[in-house]
Ligand binder design. Structure first.
Ligand code: NAD
Length: 339
């Protein structure tokens, strides 16, 4: 079968991370790149990732078509899939353009700057009849797919409580300094956990969040309680306001009726399971991150013509709806806000 032909728009940390993933896949060929910055386009300037092993390069820039204008890449008749990795406020514009050209779209998270824009993307994709998916990588991440399966199967009983933590120092670059563009850590970083909470437990009835802005105009560090009446107690901390040099922290602790699961990305064995009457065990996980599995899944959807189910555009919009309630709660001094 012919390889699926992809064009990547936006060569920042995420564009390069996606290029790494495509590089290792046999059924896909990246035939075109677009970036407004010629140094990024030539591969001369390479942004670094915030997780060790991310955005390493290894991609041969000499063999692809290069466009400084995203519309020109979208117009390229050979491009079947447009992979949108530009800063968040551009997601709506380039999704619209790609749908108008009847191209399939993988678009980085957050799906858009606002829930309303995200809903528009979902509607336009439906009307265009193309395949599209927001790149919520945690739904494909080793140790997190294990958690989803454990919760869904109720193998260890039901969940009594779950807490998530994702903290970092502030990423470099003008996009991340501009709260109106990036939405602070709430929209940009913490949405990974908000989306995963929704993936596990559905929409919360309401949220209570406390936080502060110290870098951008939006919450740069927040603590949220997600309210599931009659359900588990669920909290998440997210923020990028830590001092430079602080490592990237990504953790969860989930307490089931019959076991406790603890994930810590910095540990040699990131996932440990504690069951009553048994020795704690390290769960064997595939090596690596969630990006390659996420991209491979979307490419499989394109090959089979099936709309993605592991994560949908509507869910991308719902994650933003919860984040908007969290931000409203922070701004209301921690008052509970309905979702
Ligand atoms: N899934 C994840 O874990 C994850 C991690 C980081 C960032 N992201 C998301 O990925 C997106 C990009 O983030 P980043 O850190 O790579 O940003 P970045 O600022 O490092 O890079 C963005 C790139 O897009 C280019 N660009 C901007 N507008 C363009 C246009 N109209 N046409 C062509 N190129 C254009 C810029 O020149 C730049 O090279 C954001 O939405 C961000 O939230 C996701």
């Amino acid at each position: 079968m012919a390889k699926i032909k992809v064009g990547v728009v936006g060569l920042g940390m995420m564009g390069f991370t996606h290029l790494d993933a495509y590089h290792d896949m046999e059924d896909v060929e990246v035939i075109a790149l677009a970036d407004a910055n010629p140094k990024r386009l030539s591969g001369e300037e390479r942004p670094g990732g915030n997780i060790e092993g991310q955005a390493q390069g290894g991609f041969d820039f000499s063999k692809v078509r290069k466009y400084t204008d995203a519309q020109a890449l979208i117009n390229d008749p050979d491009v079947q899939v447009v992979d949108i990795c530009v800063p968040t406020p551009g997601h709506l514009e380039w999704c619209k353009a790609a749908f108008a050209a009847k191209k399939h779209v993988l678009v980085e998270k957050p799906l858009a700057r606002t829930a309303a824009d995200a809903r528009q993307i979902a509607e336009l994709a439906g009307a265009a009849g193309v395949l599209a998916m927001p790149a919520h990588c945690m739904r494909f991440w080793p140790g997190w797919t294990w958690l989803k399966a454990a919760v869904s199967s109720a193998k260890y009983g039901k969940v009594l409580s779950a807490s998530f933590k994702r903290t970092a120092s502030h990423p470099a670059g003008p996009f991340y300094k501009d709260g109106a563009a990036c939405g602070g850590a709430a929209l940009d970083l913490h949405i990974h956990d908000t989306d995963f909470v929704m993936h596990l437990f559905g929409m919360p009835a309401s949220v209570s969040s406390s936080g502060y802005s110290s870098i951008t105009s939006e919450p740069d560090h927040l603590f949220t309680q997600y309210h599931f009446p009659g359900g588990p107690v669920v909290t998440a901390e997210g923020g990028w306001a830590m001092t430079q040099g602080y490592p990237f922290v990504m953790q969860y602790t989930v307490n089931f009726e019959k076991a406790t699961a603890v994930f810590d990305i910095s540990a040699e064995n990131p996932l440990r399971l504690y069951e009553a009457g048994k020795e704690p065990v390290a769960i064997d996980l595939p090596k690596g991150m969630g990006y390659a599995a996420e991209i491979a899944y979307f490419i499989q959807c394109v090959k089979t013509g099936k709309q993605p189910e592991t994560v949908t555009l509507a869910q991308g919009a719902d994650a933003l709806r919860i984040i908007e309630a969290e931000v409203a709660s922070v701004k209301a001094g921690g008052k509970s806000v309905a979702v």
